[in-house]
Structure formats: structure tokens, C-alpha cells
Design a protein around this ligand. Sequence first.
Ligand code: ADP
Ligand code: MG
Length: 595
Amino acid sequence: MGRILALDRNMINMIAAGEVIERPASVVKELMENSIDAGATRIAVVVEDGGRKLISITDNGRGMDGEDLANAFEAHTTSKIKTSSDLEAISTLGFRGEALASIASVAQVRTVSRTKDSPGANCIEIDCGSKGRVTPGSGDYGTTIQIRDIFYKLPARRKFLRTANTEMGHIREQFTRIALANDGLDLMLTHKGKELHRLGSGETHYQRIAELFPGLSLRGSDDLIEAESNEKGLHISALLGKPGISRPNSKFQYIFLNGRFIRDKSISHAIREAYRGLLEPNRFPVVFLFIRMPYEDYDVNVHPTKVEIRFYNANLVHSQVLGALREKLLRTDMQAEARLPDVEYADSHLRRSGAVRDQRISDAMAEFFKKQRPAQRQQQISFRSAPAPSPSGRARELPRESAVQYDTKFLQIHDSFIVAQTDDGFVIVDQHALHESIIYDSLCKRVRESKLQSQKLLIPESFELNASGFDVVKNNAELIEKLGIELVPFGPGTIAVQAFPTLLSDVKPADFVRDLLDLLDRSEASPDAERLLDDVLNMAACKAAIKAGQKLTDSEIEQLLADRHNAESASRCPHGRPTTIKFSVADLEKQFKRT
Ligand code: ADP
Ligand code: MG
């Protein structure tokens, strides 16, 4: 007798459930998606014990009649597709017809549903695949599905469930993704009787994000830049976090395609590229990206939970996303605004709390600090007032716009930062970062136009170089020439720098070339010439810039401030660190309780 047997229906469903229903959060995702597909405008999610005890989802969608209710929990039953051609343009979130069957094979399920034209509701109960009859029930238009004791007959899978808090974290994440993609819906999430979220359909995108992510500490819609483009069949809209709210990981990057949360390496890459130079390499931007495109231009049928999809023209998607985001980011003033701490005044605090105990503690603290504080000398800080720039100031590379008058008060502190007054407050400038960004801009401009101007060295600087070093020189001859560097062999195993770019006049030629060859050697494998050049210019700018700890003369500071004003993108250094932090008088007044 043959050993191969057909699995029974329930086994098939349980196996499918292994793929689709990983944990309670998967149930929440599948059921909310079903509600959306059923045209619901209001969905309430109620959870007990991280979803292990109960997940109940109520919607006001189209509902199911008795016959549909009996069929919905069978494997491969769906109202969303009929023929193979429907697979080519899927406009609903679901279509595989396996979620309800999977869920019902691993939990106790009770569903009550009512359509618009039915006189009453119908109800069905299923316990781990054993299905009861459809009976009359009572309920409003729409559907309520309750899932109890998930995996209770599958101890191996139940064991994998984590604490209620962890499972709830996953549920919140699924809820969040759906809430972001569908801002026209009224949504509610409750856990253990406590309301975690109540989102209204009238909210703006920004309001919804602020409500869903209190941890982002958004100060206002200014923290997010809106970008939009509509070209080549792709509608892109995005909210782009300014560098000031960047994160140490990519958790806050949400990509949606036609209302579906997706993960896509190529789009993530486009996002990273769009922020290049605006963020330090180990920081990730906060991005909410919404793409709309024709359903037939991609395939969702590649992953059981449909979180990965396949674009037929992935290059187009990549370049459109990169273009739209990059253009917007470069056009935006990214000057970091200082986040002043929320200082509470002792007296106002007391007035509000009124608690005697608090008062005693704070009195004791005040007393303590009075005793400990050494008699402070009033520090004399005098702001120097810069005269209008004189044409004889030490020449730096950027042209000075003589029309701009710098009646600026400034002060260099710790030989590293410059505090300068502005029209509506003051700025703190990181002298190295700012100068670096100015030089970088200037290098980029010149290299783009032709090559860097160079100067013959009076005495060529030579250094030892091994055979592979000579190879690097040979392989990058064009780039080295573009930089205005002239290298000539100088005896066996030695090379000499004969000419060097004037822009880098403060840099030691041999040291620079050695580091340059190192960099070129490391990037030999990388085919991206544009990027390599950029890395080289970054390095050059960093080396040529004023260092932290360097005392500057008044005229040097004036020049730097004037250059800052003229530079294109001086608000971020090429590594993505801010060069300038802005403080407004309004902020100060608020802090000092003057308003
Ligand atoms: P799919 O969503 O892939 O079609 P499901 O197993 O999730 O498969 O659902 C099966 C069918 O049950 C759906 O096609 C739909 O017709 C019906 N259905 C499920 N949930 C709801 C709901 N909340 N309201 C109305 N109909 C629903
Ligand atoms: Mg479904």
C-alpha cells in the first residue's frame, strides 16, 4: 500500500496557520484587513492578556449573510478573486482566502455578522476547526469576530508566545501600520479594559503620527517635512523626519503601497540615499512613505503575509522615490533648532502641587544648594561686535557677498564654538563642522565644473609606496587628476607629490595623498564613481577645515559667519552632523516665563 495520504481539511488549515498566524498580532492584522476590505469605516479592537485570552474585532462593514458565514471559515474561500486574471491586479488587502480558516483551526472563534438587507444577525462558532451551525444572533450591521485562547490545543506553539506586554507590542505595531495607511478610518484599540488608542477619521496625518508615536516627542508638524510627487504613474507622498529626530535604527520607517504596509530593500535604499550627508552614518531617518501606483504594476502574491511584494519596474520605483525625497530634503532648511529643556520653576511647581511634603523637600534642596554653592564671581563675558567685513580680511575660498552687512555680535567659546546673534535670537556654530561644510560645497562646485585648481610645490614631497599602492594610483589616475594632484614616481618604491590643490593649502600634501590612496584602495571594489568622489571630497573638506580647539581671530570668525550666510547647504556638515543650532528669543522668553 502506498505511504502517501492526502491530509484532512483541518490539518491543511493548521499548516497554513503556521505561515499566516504566527502570533496574536497576526490575527489582529488579518481581521482588521478583512474589515477594511468589507468597507468598514469604524473598527474597534479589544484585547485581553496580550491577545492570548481574547481578541475581539468589531466593524461596521458590509457584513456576511448566513451562507457566507458558513463558507468564510473554509480553506481557500474568498469573495475577492474569481479567476486567474484577477490575480494580476489585486486591489483588496486579502485575496488568498486562508486567514479565517487558519485562525479558526487554532483557536475558539465566535462570529456575529449582519448585512444591510438582513432582518437580523447570524452567528457561528468554531472550536479549533470543528464548526458549529449558523444560528440567529443579535448584533448591529457589520461583523464582530472574537478569538479566544489562541493555540490552546497546540502547546508547542502556545509555548512560543511571549509575555502579554511583548505580544501587545506586536499587536500595537500591526494596529499602527493599519492606522497609518488608513487615516480615513475611526479606530480604537483597548487592552485589559484600558483604551490605548482612539483615532478619529478627521485627523491629519501629522496628528495621527503624533498620537501613535508619543516616543518620537514631535514638537510640531515642523519636525516632519512633506514631500509629494506624481510622475510616471507613481504617486508618492511622504512625511520626512528632520535630522534632529533621527533614530539609532530603522524602526520608524514605514512604507505603504496602495494602503498596504510593505518592506522593500530597494525603497529602503532609496530612503537612505535621499538622506545621504544629512545624517551621521549610524543614524536612521524617521520616514512615512505612501506610494500609490496601478495594481497591475506589481505582484503581491509572493509572500503569505504579503509584506513583501515584487515590482515589475523596481528601478523606476527606486529612482522616483529617491528623486522626490532627495529634492525636497535638499530644498529644506535643516538648521537644527535647539530643544530647550522644560525647566519647571520651584515656586510654580509648588503652587500647583500644593503638597506639604513636596514643599519641605524642595525647601531642603534650596537650603542645601545655597550652602554648597561657592560664592560665584560674576563672569565677564563681553560680546564683541563685528564691524562690517573689510575687504582685507583673510581670503577664504568662498566669495563674499559685500551687500550683506554683518553687524553681528559674536563670541568664540572653548575655542570650538561660535555664539552669534541673529535677527530673532542667536545661533551656536560648530566651527569645524561649519567650515568643513563650506569647503565641501566649494570643492563639489569646482569639481563639477572642471577640476580643482592646483599649485606646483616648491619642493615635491615624497613618500614610500608599495606595488599595490602604485596600482591604486594607476587605476585612479583620472580622479587624482581631477583633484588637481600630480604624482610622479621618484625612484624605486617612492612617489612624489608635485602639485597640490590650492583649496587644501593648509593640508600636508604627503599625508593627504597617503590617506587618499588608502581610501581609494578600500573602495576599489565599489563601482559607484560618484559616491567615491563624494567620499574623497568629504575627506578633503574634513582635513582642510578649521579644527575644534583652534583659536580664531575676529576677522576669521567674521569670515566664517559671512561664508555661512552665502553657502548653499551649510546647515549640515558632510557627515550629517548639524553645523548650527538655532535659539529664538521667543524660546528664551518662554523658558524665562516672560510670556
Ligand atoms: P480573504 O480576505 O483572503 O478573502 P479571509 O479568510 O480573510 O480571506 O476571509 C474570507 C472571506 O470572508 C472574505 O473574502 C470576505 O468575503 C469574508 N469576510 C471576512 N471578514 C469579513 C468582515 N469583517 N466583513 C465582511 N466579510 C468578511
Ligand atoms: Mg483576509
